[in-house]
Design a protein around this ligand. Structure first.
Ligand code: ARG
Length: 459
């Protein structure tokens, strides 16, 4: 049989394969709450404008609440023949209240309806991402506060570079997650305009009030151009882009946690709650949560690339291609929320092994730069020469299998006679980090200042 919503000019119904490729109800049922909210706002506005009667609007509003409770109770009869959530809800409303249901779609199209529903859904996800990011930031801040002056090796090329503090390293991620927070806030602010009332593409001849529906749905204003309102999905692309960048940050931190929890590093110990065992190797403690967070970027960036690819080259206004937006965004949002929640939990429960980190920082010539700087400052050498002298001393220590502070003064003086006993005062890792007082540097005072700024920001 022909479709009950638009089948007026159709003699027969669709091929089964047509129905299968066309239907979105299998996934867009996730928009039910947004769809019903949008329809209630639309019906109330139609009545306020005298376009439908108050009694019809009341019947529609109450009927939609019944539909809502049926869906939430899990006994709603979803139908593939009715294509999508919009027509499923409206058809059920007709079963429940009869004739007035047919007046709901006055001055509206599924094109502005789906754009509205999806914006509302993505807006909620921005709020969820912001809250979840704040939890991750708090967890990282907790680690930073506990270890503001715990020394660890800082790396470049994953080779020991200069000593830093655990707090400094944690605060680097706080800054990254802080920018992610800003990206979701910005995206939310930009997407917060209402497409409702754009109708199919051209607007409508009915005397609708788009300001009223925008306000009812907590949008800042109606979108200014009806073609744009039904055509663009840049709000979804922006959400996905912010999610992808955030997932990159989560992935890098996860990678560090995987490395640091290995037997070779042991910088951190993951709690039992965030580790798994092996079915064959009894000694194993695997950082599966960190590995899975590390991997989520694959899905999230995949979704981002997929939607960019769907949108490019589409002529204005609506094309059915755009129905492919939802599964990508749903999957990316689910992946991101799970990854953020897991990171917050894992990071809160994590134990940083202060002694191991300090021992590692003390090996690997991590204070070679401090020695070169001392030669410049105290012995008046040009930096390039100081670099060379220090390199010779590192080679000497390496040949002997010891660290720089283990060389004797006469060893040092054999390379450069200007060196005095004072040099040992800069060679320890604590001296090294304490000296990095420049703004944003790793000196514990600077790290504590960063922590204080962030606590104020979050308060
Ligand atoms: N299910 C559709 C979507 O997700 C709703 C809009 C349908 N509009 C149309 N003109 N067929 O995009």
């Amino acid at each position: 049989a022909a479709n009950t919503m638009w089948g007026g000019r159709f003699a027969s119904g669709p091929d089964a394969i047509m129905e299968a490729i066309n239907a979105s109800i299998g996934f867009d049922r996730r928009l039910y709450a947004q769809d019903i909210r949008g329809s209630r706002a639309h019906a109330a506005m139609l009545a306020a404008q005298g376009i439908i009667s108050d009694s019809d609007a009341r019947a529609i509003g109450e009927g939609l609440l019944t539909v809502l409770s049926e869906i939430e109770a899990g006994n709603f009869p979803f139908s593939t023949a009715l294509e999508d959530i919009h027509m499923n809800v409206e058809a059920r409303l007709k079963d429940l209240i009869g004739e007035p249901a047919g007046r709901l779609h006055t001055g509206r199209s599924r094109n502005d309806q789906v754009a509205t529903d999806f914006r509302l859904w993505v807006r909620d996800q921005c709020d969820a991402a912001i809250a979840a990011l704040e939890a991750v930031i708090r967890a990282a801040l907790g680690q930073a506060e506990a270890g503001a002056d715990w020394v660890m090796p800082g790396f470049t090329h994953l080779q020991t570079a200069q000593p830093v503090t655990w707090g400094h390293h944690m605060m680097a991620y706080v800054e990254m997650f802080g920018r992610d927070l800003g990206r979701f806030r910005d995206a939310r602010a930009r997407m917060n305009e209402s497409p409702l009332g754009a109708a199919a593409l051209a607007g409508t001849g009915y005397p609708i009030d788009r300001q009223a529906t925008a306000a009812a749905l907590e949008f800042d204003r109606p979108m200014a151009n009806s073609l744009d309102a039904v055509s663009d999905r840049d709000f979804a692309l922006e959400f996905l882009s912010a999610a992808s960048i955030c997932a990159v940050h989560l992935s890098r931190l996860s990678e560090e946690l995987v490395i640091w929890s290995s037997a070779q590093f042991r910088f951190v110990s993951m709690s039992d709650r965030w580790s798994t065992g092996s079915s064959i190797m009894p000694q194993k403690r695997n950082p599966d949560a960190a590995e899975l967070i590390r991997a989520k970027i694959g899905r999230i960036l995949g979704a981002t690339v997929a939607l960019f690819t769907v949108m490019k080259g589409l002529p204005l206004a609506y094309s059915k291609d755009m129905q492919e937006d939802k599964e990508q965004v749903f999957d990316a949002a689910d992946s991101l929320m799970l990854a953020l929640a897991a990171m917050a939990g894992m990071l809160s429960d994590l134990t940083a092994n202060r002694d191991r980190m300090e021992a590692a920082a003390s090996a690997g010539f991590s204070t070679a730069t401090d020695l070169a700087d001392w030669l410049v400052r105290e012995a008046g050498l040009p930096f390039r020469e100081a670099h060379h002298v220090t390199g010779s001393l590192v080679a000497m220590a390496e040949a002997r299998g010891c660290d720089l502070p283990d060389l004797t003064l006469s060893d040092m003086q054999s390379v450069n006679p200007a060196i005095t006993d004072d040099v040992f005062g800069v060679l320890g890792v604590h001296n090294s980090v304490a000296s990095r007082q420049s703004y944003g540097g790793t000196a514990p005072g600077q790290v504590r200042a960063q922590i204080t700024r962030w606590k104020e920001k979050l308060a």
